[in-house]
Write a protein that binds this ligand. Structure first.
Ligand code: G3H
Ligand code: 13P
Ligand code: ZN
Length: 316
């Protein structure tokens, strides 16, 4: 059942975080639904601009609608990840999405507010909620490279002004994470002091943590042992999710870890079975492995086991 992102935030705030997972194809979609049902968790499906144009956005929407029929017990929201103004407007008009993210974080403060407000007005008129971003994460994001050293953490005072003036419904904050497999040059810690300040300025307001893949050492080791070359990869310690959730982080974005599962499954299969050329062979393994990965992740997020409670709250 597709539900509003707003409802999911209301039930989870302060208690646990909802996993927001990106999908690009059929195998990810099936693995995602299976994994969330395996762990009885509500979830958010994210479609990025790149995913929408990989084949055609209509195909992804069709996959999600079909999965909704095949897995009727699932409770989830559909979210546009890192949209620009044009993609947000298109997604809002489509009537398919539960929420959109307008990412104008690379613009100056006033321009970010202006763009975000236009998207908020259009979205609210159609009953959707909007995630915006303030501050800059490190790493690579949609072809924009932001040096880790230059990454700007979210200013808590500015965050309050930004939310008030833009009218956004949730805010992606920069507290030390970055996109991709190469996070943190030194320690893996998040800036909880900054997060606590943001929560003080915006009590009860849902915050979002992007760039939250854990990039497990064992996964990277197996990929490299099977011919990969991913050196120096590092991610967020998933044990920190619970603390982040207490401090108002209600949505945690994870994409890179799923790509690593995909890479490991394919590399190992073709290394160990060079005779294979049936695309369903790695697909079958990936769907199972991805489902297990999602279920494990939901345990860290605290969304594991929350599905029936959410169903009950939605029916009240
Ligand atoms: O934050 C970006 C997400 O990982 C999506 O990546 O734009 O390559 O689909 P993508
Ligand atoms: P990762 O690259 O850490 O998986 O972050 C994904 C993300 O933030 C999607 O918006
Ligand atoms: Zn992101």
């Amino acid at each position: 059942m597709i539900v509003t992102t707003k409802k999911l935030f209301e039930v989870a705030y302060g208690k646990y975080a909802i996993g927001a997972y990106n999908i690009n194809n059929l195998e990810q979609t099936v693995g995602l639904f299976r994994g969330n049902l395996q762990s009885s968790a509500p979830f958010i499906i994210q479609l990025s601009k790149g995913a929408r144009s990989y084949t055609d956005k209509a195909l992804l929407e069709g996959l999600i609608r079909s999965a909704d029929e095949i897995f009727p017990e699932a409770i989830f929201a559909v979210h546009l990840d890192h949209g620009d103004e044009e993609t947000c407007m298109d997604s809002i008009e489509s009537g398919f999405y539960s929420s959109v993210m307008i990412d104008a974080s690379h613009e100056d403060f006033e321009t970010n507010i202006g763009i975000t407000k236009r998207v908020v007005d259009a979205a609210h008129a159609r009953g959707l909620v909007v995630e915006a971003e303030l501050g800059q994460l490190g790493g690579v994001e949609e072809h924009i490279k932001v040096d880790e050293a230059d990454a700007k953490l979210t200013d808590p005072k500015q965050a309050r002004e930004f939310v008030q003036r833009s009218g956004c419904d949730s805010l992606a904050v920069a507290i030390g994470t970055s996109h991709g497999a190469f996070k943190f040059s030194g320690s893996q810690s998040l800036h909880f002091d900054v997060l606590a300040e943001i929560q003080k300025e915006l009590p009860g307001f849902p915050l979002v943590m992007h760039g939250s893949s854990s990039v497990p050492e064992e996964e990277v080791r197996r990929i490299n042992a099977a011919g990969g070359k991913i050196e120096g990869a590092k991610g967020v310690d998933a044990n920190q999710f619970a603390r982040a959730a207490e401090l108002g982080v209600t949505k945690i974005n994870i994409d890179t870890d799923g790509r690593l599962v995909w890479t490991r499954v394919h590399r190992e299969l073709f290394r160990d079975h060079p005779e294979v050329f049936d695309l369903r062979k790695p697909g079958e393994i990936f769907m199972t492995e991805y489902a297990n990965f999602i279920a494990e992740k939901n345990a860290y997020l605290g969304s594991e086991g929350q599905l029936e409670k959410v169903r009950q709250l939605l029916s009240e």
